[in-house]
Design a protein around this ligand. Structure first.
Ligand code: ARG
Length: 590
């Protein structure tokens, strides 16, 4: 069924239309005053329109007329005119009851997406061998939520990790390995048999070799040159290097799957920059032939500036050394996605500091005629900063590793649980599992509840608080309802027909009513914080309802118990559904 808000909205529009005004001016919205839950301010605009037509009516008269029509609609409960002609609207109790039942059956009832698109979400973006940094964390957390929100709308959504596996870091690894183990067959040009299937390195080796090489290269130009040459030879297809790359990727993917898995992030595609390498020569030929790519000072570029005044630099397809660049692999990936998936939309959930890069790539792809410009969207985000206001680093000042970050959150959550006496009587294993979930929820919700573009400060203490707009507060709400349901089952109280009576019951239903809208809006703006706000509100209205309306107390009549239990179930279903869209897991008890 449609939401309460849209039923009221339709009635108000119809009333204004029958008075000869455009329906749009009568849009019903949630009220910011306490008088009634909704309001319609159409009479003000209508009076303006009437005045232009040369009629003399004041807004109050129009609202009186509109109310007399609106009253006849079954959705309307109480209608009240305030001030110069604002219409305060309280929906009919009946409508609340039917709506609550629909939401009990389907917590996201009323989702409106009617065009089903195929959408690629490009997120994660970890680099092979290089440790992940907080930017990768935000991309994973935001991207996963955006993917699930779009999926909830009914779109076909494909998440691609798009690993960085084609740059200088590969040259560093190869040349460093060559120094350590020069006798490996990968470095022997005369080796013409099959290379071993077993990787010559482990993830620990990669994690050691990369910084080792990059540190040497920083101070030693000759060492840097070796890495450059190795990168160029890899990119031009040297057989042994290509085989090494495959090993490096396999080893890294296995480790990344564990890392992302621990974070509750799953990808449909584990592609990377390297896998579009075969498409690059053909792409370059086509772009040259069509005159879109041009030579400039030895490099191959695509000009993407729009007129003289636009200072956006050109896309670099090939450096003068012939090397393939970040632009090149992103463009080839667009071709690959066109051929393999033919998406309607591609959303890149990547650090805002890469905005220029994406603008350049999108313009080039549009110029080449592969996609419309609107089919590519960069959903950028700000940084997670330390207390010093700079991108968060470890105490030693290095890039933060995901595992370390998760360990910090885990510890903060354990401390918090201990301090609150939660789980004192549970066994060790369960306590550990609860701390893990609380820590993750704290981290993710703290990240997601901010508007994407804002920077925020990493504060495990605040993130793990059970009060306020935090992940743990939401988990607590879920766990509390679950325990009510368990107790009800023990007492053999069953959920039953919903009868809405008290104000806090009404407020709870109205907050549940807004869920589909929150999903739609989050999807439209790629903005999970809108969904976070909704879930937080539901948790709050549940807690007000529960404070006000005992469910299982002895003096509560059976029918009321049954009804309130149904409301509790509806709230739980929606909280769990919403948290799942944010990829946040709740424990069963705590
Ligand atoms: N690997 C890149 C980095 O670490 C992020 C990749 C983002 N996605 C993309 N299609 N460029 O900065």
């Amino acid at each position: 069924m449609s939401s309460i808000l849209s039923s009221l909205d339709a009635a108000a529009r119809a009333a204004f239309e029958s008075l000869g005004f455009p329906g749009d001016i009568a849009a019903v919205r949630e009220s910011d005053r306490g008088d009634a839950p909704y309001q319609c301010n159409g009479a003000m605009a209508a009076a303006g329109i009437a005045k232009k037509r040369g009629e003399k009516v004041n807004p109050r008269e129009i609202s009186v007329q509109a109310v007399s029509i609106m009253e006849t609609d079954a959705a309307m409960g109480r209608l009240e005119i305030a001030g110069p002609g604002f219409i305060n609207i309280t929906p009919a109790d009946n409508l609340l009851t039917t709506r609550a039942k629909a939401l009990l059956d389907n917590p996201a009832d009323g989702l409106t997406a009617d065009t089903h698109k195929t959408i690629v979400v490009d997120y994660g973006g970890a680099n092979v061998a290089k440790p992940m940094h907080v930017g990768h964390l935000r991309s994973a957390v935001l991207g996963e939520a955006i993917k699930r929100i779009l999926r909830a709308q009914g779109h076909t959504v494909i998440g691609d990790v798009h690993m960085g596996d084609w740059g200088l870091q590969m040259g560093h690894l190869i040349s460093e390995l060559a120094e350590e183990q020069p006798n490996l067959p990968y470095f022997d040009d005369d080796f013409d048999r099959d290379y071993p299937t077993q990787a010559p390195v482990t993830m620990d080796d990669l994690a050691r070799l990369y910084p080792q090489a990059s540190n040497k290269a920083k101070t030693n130009p000759d060492r840097m040159e070796k890495s450059r040459v190795a990168t160029a030879q890899l990119q031009s297809g040297r057989r042994g290097y290509r085989a090494l790359l495959d090993h490096f990727i396999d080893v890294s993917v296995a480790a990344l799957k564990i890392g992302y898995g621990n974070l509750g992030v799953e990808f449909d595609l584990w592609k990377g920059e390297a896998c579009v390498d075969p498409l690059i020569p053909g792409m370059i030929e086509d772009l040259k032939a069509s005159g879109i790519a041009e030579q400039d000072d030895g490099a191959l570029i695509i000009r993407v500036a729009d007129g003289e005044k636009d200072k956006i630099p050109p896309v670099m397809l090939l450096a003068s050394s012939g090397a393939v660049l970040y632009h090149t692999t992103d463009l080839a990936t667009l071709i690959d996605r066109k051929a393999e998936i033919d998406p309607d939309l591609i959303v890149y959930v990547v650090d805002q500091r890469q905005a220029l890069h994406f603008e350049q790539v999108f313009r080039a792809a549009a110029k080449a005629g592969w996609y419309e410009r609107e089919q590519m969207y960069h959903a950028g985000f700000g940084t997670m900063n330390g207390k010093d206001g700079k991108p968060f680093k470890t105490r030693e000042g290095g890039v933060l590793r995901l595992e370390d970050l998760m360990a910090i959150m885990n510890d903060a959550a354990s401390d918090r649980l201990k301090a609150s006496g939660i789980g004192a009587d549970f066994d060790e294993e369960e306590r550990t599992e609860i701390a893990r979930k609380v820590g993750l929820a704290a981290l993710k919700f703290a990240d997601l509840q901010n508007q994407r573009m804002t920077n925020y400060i990493f504060d495990p203490e605040r993130f793990t608080a059970f009060e306020g707009k935090t992940g743990p507060y939401l988990l607590y709400a879920v766990v509390r309802i679950k325990s009510i349901l368990r107790k009800a089952a023990e007492m053999k109280v069953e959920a039953g027909d919903i009868l809405i009576k008290t104000d806090t019951e009404k407020a709870l239903v109205l907050s549940l009513d807004a869920y589909a809208r929150a999903i739609d809006l989050s999807a439209e703006k790629f903005a999970p914080h809108i969904l976070c706000e909704h879930i937080y509100r539901v948790a709050q209205s549940f807690s007000r309802f529960y404070a006000d309306c005992p469910i299982l107390a002895d003096d509560v009549p059976d029918a009321v118990k049954a009804s309130r239990l149904s409301l509790a179930k509806a709230a739980l279903a929606q909280l769990e559904h919403g948290l799942d869209l944010l990829a946040i897991e709740a424990p069963d008890r705590m």
